[in-house]
Design a protein around this ligand. Structure first.
Ligand SMILES: Cc1ncc(COP(=O)(O)O)c(C=O)c1O
Length: 427
């Protein structure tokens, strides 16, 4: 036992010197640094929760905002709602300032899945159009595309982007995307960070390939690059404009630690011009246009925001989530997440019975770290991690079942080192 601990500790300390230096350098803005950030969450004491990709725990400012709105709605929903008609605009404005974009380009949803469903249902497509995705994408993308392709007699193509995730390269991925695009392709549907392998796609490079393919096309024939961004959103600092995508679809209830049951779709003006709403908006201008029979000029973001009442206390508290995250600083959060993930991967490197599936190259990875236990069943490993050390992890929800952990701003170096020791011991 002692010897094993010594080996693990050496592995952890054998991190590249730059990584250790970076661990100290990415301090959080605000009181208490990263410890202050951790203290803001109400996670169960004694647990080590490394599942930011699952369903968010709320930080203190988000909890307070939800409670305030909930009390108001419980007291008198009629007046509280009427007086807060403009709050949704404030949420969109806060999201826009976090994403460095225009509020008009942002539609609010309840989840990534809802955003993907609305997007792929609403894009205008001729029969015979081709929709291209990858084998690494999540169920929600595959199903939304399958249903749409069936409805309008489109072709759905699923290709592999890398043969071995641990050895994936930017060149391999970009070449495979380039080859998959054809003259009939209208939609390229990919995922920023794969929840199956932890691979982060080189989105900017792929966007350049799409731009090249679109160069001589009429606007309506251009390929729309649609990205399920949920495992990059709130952990990577890149804005949608910097990524160069046409649509970024994300839940706000994973790495952003926004209110549970919130999400958004961001699109460029051209991209939105090719989508029709599926669920009528409750935007006041559009509603007035219907009542009085006169047209209204309402931007894509509000028009594409599904109407009906929602769990409004959660939707409105998204404003505080974005404001809090802007205070922490996107760059600092990205650095912190990458530093902790690099520490974890360095600690696991060389464990023969537990090869890493996620690349160590941080251009091809983010916060998710996936490993393949060769001696044990992945479900048993995850169960033992909790039973022995109260480490919360999960098994990937895909055909190939692997062990998945992922440090985030709710974790610290000690928890990462404990996870390294526990994974090596229990796998
Ligand atoms: C890649 C990916 N997209 C979407 C989802 C679903 O997200 P949401 O709960 O926001 O619909 C998941 C997992 O929960 C996922 O792994």
């Amino acid at each position: 036992m002692r010897r094993r601990e010594f080996i693990v500790r050496s592995a952890v300390l054998a991190l590249a010197p730059g990584t250790l230096a970076a661990c100290g350098s990415a301090e959080a803005r605000g009181p208490g640094g990263w410890a202050g950030v951790r203290a803001s969450f109400a996670l169960r004491k004694g647990d080590h929760n490394l599942t930011a990709w699952w369903f968010a725990t709320h930080p203190a400012p988000v909890r307070a905002a939800i409670e305030r709105h909930r009390a108001g709605l419980d007291a008198d929903a009629r007046h509280y709602l009427t007086n807060r008609e403009l709050l949704e605009d404030d949420v969109r404005a806060a999201a826009a300032s976090y994403l460095e974009t225009s509020a008009d380009q942002i539609a609010l949803t309840d989840s990534t899945t809802m955003g993907l469903g609305l997007l792929y249902a609403g894009i205008s497509l001729e029969p015979g159009s081709e929709l291209v995705t990858s084998t690494h994408d999540f169920y929600a993308t595959h199903e939304a595309l399958r249903v749409r392709a069936q409805r309008d007699r489109c072709t759905l193509k699923k290709g592999e982007l890398y043969a071995r995730p641990e050895h994936a390269s930017i060149d391999e991925i970009v070449t495979k995307v380039r080859r998959a695009l054809g003259s009939k392709t209208r939609v390229l549907a990919l995922t920023w960070v794969h929840s199956s392998t932890g691979v982060k796609l080189p989105v900017r490079e792929i966007a350049d390939v799409v731009a090249q393919a679109n160069r001589d096309r009429a606007p309506g024939d251009r390929i729309l690059f649609c990205l399920d961004g949920v495992h990059g959103f709130g952990c990577e600092a890149a804005t949608p404009n910097a990524l160069g995508v046409d649509f970024l679809v994300s839940g706000c209830h994973k790495w952003l630690f926004g209110p549970r049951g919130t999400g958004l779709v961001w699109g460029t003006p051209h991209a939105w011009s090719r989508v029709s709403p599926t669920i009528p908006t409750f935007d006041r201008r559009e509603y007035a246009a219907w009542m009085f029979g006169r047209p209204a000029a309402v931007a894509a973001g509000p028009i594409e925001t599904p109407g009906g009442f929602h769990s409004m206390e959660h939707r409105w508290a998204l404003k505080e989530a974005f404001e809090w995250r802007r205070q922490l600083g996107g760059g600092a959060v990205e650095r912190r997440t990458h530093d902790l993930a690099a520490r974890l991967k360095a600690g696991l490197a060389g464990a023969r019975h537990l090869p890493l599936v996620t690349p160590r190259d941080e251009r091809l990875s983010a916060g998710i770290v996936v490993t393949r236990p060769l001696r044990s069943d992945p479900d048993d490993v995850v169960q033992r991690l909790y039973d022995h050390h109260r480490i919360v992890a999960s098994v990937t929800p895909y055909r190939e079942r692997l062990v998945r952990v992922g440090p985030s701003i709710v974790n610290d170096e000690d928890e990462v080192d404990l996870t390294v020791r526990a994974l090596r011991e229990l796998s």
